[in-house]
Design a protein around this ligand. Structure first.
Ligand code: SF4
Length: 244
């Protein structure tokens, strides 16, 4: 059977697709029962700062920088009044460090003056803070509030390969996933798909033979798998993830 026929038969109705998405989610939970946020933090402010630093940078690199940063400047008040040059030197290795340091300080000043020294809990307020691009992550992990599905490069690639979206634009992908998955699972989905993308379904040479999702995946073992791999780093969302 040709690849296209498999894809069509497996996604022929929206409810079938929804059912399959739920089965994939159940398996992902079995595969990655503990799926904590990959950024290290102690407080909502520290998570917010870590997400600002993670733009165009790996979480591993951010986690190397934040212990010294949070030891020196542990909260919004300290970051708001930090010496900017010292702040820059502490975050330098995450790249774009001048913008990131400036944004962290400006965000913390706003938190102090406009939001009662607390990271706000509403999306539109969070997005007022300079440098904040991934408000979904902050709301879900800091407060347990699911307002959207985070679509990074792994979520984009895997959702496409799994036949849960036909789009390559993250905003449209997010819309599709929000229709398919129960709201309390939105961030669960993203974090577990990121784990799976790193471990098994890599951009190049995905390990379909070892993949526990293979029987639910229309792309499993396709020789032309790269044909079902959306291009990376060209979408509006991924541009939004660059530091401004
Ligand atoms: S079967 Fe292959 S393409 Fe599908 S999710 Fe698993 S590794 Fe990725």
């Amino acid at each position: 059977m040709g690849a296209k026929v498999v894809l069509v038969s497996i996604t022929r109705t929206w409810s079938a697709k929804q059912q399959r998405a739920l089965e994939i989610l159940i398996r992902l939970k079995q595969l990655y029962p503990e799926a904590p946020c990959t950024l290290n933090y102690q407080t909502p402010v520290q998570l917010l700062v870590a997400t600002i630093l993670s733009a165009q940078c790996t979480d591993e690199r951010v986690n190397k920088v934040t212990p010294a940063l949070f030891s020196r400047f542990p909260d919004a008040a300290a970051l708001a009044s930090a010496d900017l040059e010292e702040l820059e030197s502490l975050v330098r290795s995450t790249g774009f460090y001048r913008n990131k340091a400036k944004n962290i300080q400006a965000a913390c000043r706003l938190i102090q003056t406009e939001f009662g020294a607390q990271v706000p809990k509403r999306m539109e307020q969070l997005l007022q803070l300079p440098g904040v691009k991934t408000a979904n992550v902050v709301l879900a992990h800091a407060y347990g509030i699911n307002v959207g599905v985070t679509v990074d490069t792994h979520v984009k690639r895997l959702s496409y390969r799994l036949g849960l979206t036909e789009h390559t634009d993250p905003i449209r992908i997010e819309r599709d996933l929000m229709r398919l998955l129960p709201q309390p699972e939105w961030e669960n989905w993203s974090i577990r798909l990121i784990y799976h993308g790193r471990a098994i379904c890599k951009a190049q040479n995905p390990a379909c033979q070892a993949c526990k999702l293979a029987e639910l995946c229309p792309s499993a073992n396709l020789p032309q798998l790269n044909a079902l791999t959306p291009s990376v780093a060209t979408s509006s969302e991924e541009r939004r993830l660059s530091p401004s």
